[in-house]
Design a protein around this ligand. Sequence first.
Ligand code: HEM
Length: 122
Amino acid sequence: MKRRHDVPHVNLRIERWHRHLVYGVVLLLTGSGLAWLLAHYFMRRFGEFGETIHPLEPLSMKLHGAAAMAMLFIAGSVMNSHIRRAFRAGRNLMQGWLLLVSLVLLTLSGYGLWYLANEESR
Ligand code: HEM
């Protein structure tokens, strides 16, 4: 049986341009999600026709939807070269699984909001 220290050291470091792309998309995704929360819960306006939404609310969701697509593209781009090889090498298993499961759950909840939810279940 192969023990952990018998496994040859594999270089799992993602190239700089690729890493920066991952950081950028994660930042845009998280930032736009938080911006929506902020606009939705704290920036409602009261105009002459009653409560209205802040323009940041639809804008942040448009950005968020685009960033979600980019996120799946980026996640796919490191699936084989980084994720699969790291799992096989048994490195950072806990953080890796946590990240992957979080991404899957957020993607499923995003899918649900797009295709399954109605105003009530939202
Ligand atoms: C930390 C990261 C994230 C935060 C803070 C976040 C936050 C949010 C929030 C607040 C909403 C609006 C919920 C509502 O309409 O009631 C939302 C919607 C959504 N999220 Fe995220 N999200 C994150 C990550 C993701 C990921 C990883 C994906 C998929 C790759 C994703 C895809 C979506 C989609 C598709 C929607 C529905 C958009 C729409 O209704 O037009 N999100 N997110």
